[in-house]
Design a protein around this ligand. Sequence first.
Ligand code: SF4
Length: 695
Amino acid sequence: SSEESEPVKTICPYCGVGCGIQVDQGEDPGDVQFRPWGEAPVNEGRICIKGGAATQVVNHEDRLTDPLIKEDGEFREATWEEAYGRVVDELERIREENGPDAMGFFGSSKTMNEENYLLQKLARRYGTNNVDNCTRMCHASTVYALRKSLGAGAMTNSMADLEEAADVFWIQGANPGEQHPIANSQYFRQAVLEGATVIQVDPHANKTTRSFQIDETDRHMHLQLEPGTDIPLLNIVLKTVLENDWVDEEFIKSRTEGFDHLLETLEDFDKEAAAEECGVPLEDIELAAEKYAKANNAAIFTGMGMSQHTCGVDNVQNEINLALATGNLGRPGTGVNPLRGQNNVQGTSDVGAMPNVLPGYQPVDDDEARESVEEVWGFEVPDEPGLTNVEISHEAGDSIKGLYIMGENPVMSEPDANRVAERLQDLEFTVVQDIFMTETAEYADVILPATTWAERGGTVTNTDRRVQRMRGVDKVHENTKHDLEIVSEVGRRLFGEDGGFDFEDPEDVFEELREVCPIYYGMTYDALGEEGLHWPCYEEGDEGDPFLYEDSFDTESGRGHIEGVRHQPPKETPDEEYPLILTTARLEEHYNTGTMSRRSPRLHNQHPENFVDIHPNDAERYGVEDGDYVRISSRRGEIEVKAQVTEDIKEGVIWTTPHFAAASGNVLTNDVLDERAKIPEYKAAAAEIEVSVDA
Ligand code: SF4
């Protein structure tokens, strides 16, 4: 019974807040139960609906329990020996016939640091930098702008110091009320109760909007802008700050560079015309500017509403401009803070599962950095950045012949999903490591059954750079394997016993990771303990930094980089054929492609199917009644969903989600990319809507 074994302390497998939970295992290995963890450092026992339901998928009847090999279009069970043999033979064949860059490797933000570290090492030992993870889809542009202009691609501050010290929260294109429920309820809402003001900039009214309407005052604001007009809105804010001399001159002089460029960019900027473009009254934006600029400490939160645009890098740069111009960086309660979506999306990038950087964000094309890593690894790393995941999918069947996917589901997560599925069929070989038969696994040649989050140990890094340990209960299915074990074995078979893939356990891998990842160097499993540590942690004994840039920025000059930016409309705008703007976002009760959350009865019951939000005026125009089934189409495909008529969305805009396989919003989204960060434009496409005839 459960009294016999102690529950294990681990981390919630869903969002990037990093809540600690406990897992209890009864006598039967499949009897896995959730228990709160009262002293957990981030959440002190509190939990949202997803975290509380997380154990429901561990022993789900859909679990993959044995390796599968596809023969004549059908999967059959295979032994591990046979499956490994197939994977290694195909990887060797592809390299021989086409060179190593004909393979692509996808790490996963749902798997741990050690596992992603080993996967990117596998790709590089194989001879390619074509390795990426789904951070590309959520915050690639944020990471790009933050690294270039401040130094590190992560939250500048931590949830705890923000709660303590921020007077104003500027939340643009993020929805913590829905996506980071415990950060919202435990930290931000607490600050609001103590008097902090919230300014939300979002085309959609949502749980964040409602969660802050908790007091009688009218100090909070929601600026409901047209999708894709974030730059003009922030330019109005910046120009208002300049006109009123609300800048921090001392900070600009001593800590920044590029301020003149901002002045030049805004010189002829027409605030009135821009406000019209944004669809927000000018005086509201000016008032919001005043609240932010006059706060003692103001913090910016940025989310995928900012990053998932073809101008994603510039969107985030403009937030950085605002923070730097007003001196809101380098102190508790300030900064530019991306709220990260998955429990290890920060860590997956930290450990180098990206085509352009090695562990610790060391550029692959920097000779010195590469050589220092090569010294530990004992083999040469290719010196040219590889392809990103969307680029790999675009090349599938052309220059890319094979794909190694650990725990990702690109058929649903990438934009223009129908094309992704078509292209996967053009590959010569695909291997998928996962816990369920995902929409992507259906296209695989070999499927390797992995264990779930609850059954294994390792570390994950949450949204405020806190590295924490996960601990596992026993395996539920004998013939499944941990991701780490699988990647190690593939590595051993490809490169021999001395090829750099012989590890005893996750801690053994972490010890090597430290050697090549300076921001993690000071961490050991012992030092992480139950509290975890924030990076950067350069030396053993370092406490890690809850907020960054107190004295200088991690840029070459040590200064924060300001750079004025101009409006760039989304690549696809409404026209006669597709007259509406379609935007997409996620729900609290579901998680990305829904592989786990749709299988969790508690979460499924909350939201069993996809839907679309449509404004009452548009509903009338298209003859749509609340609850009708409607067909939404874009240039790329169509889906049928239930209509929800609501003033939460602006007229001319419709809003849906990517979570549901039967009708995923990503069938409609546009796969154009931000040129620098290669993130797709999920947040704006042109669409039309009609009432379904067959409904
Ligand atoms: Fe899990 Fe995030 Fe909910 Fe915390 S807030 S319980 S980490 S999903």
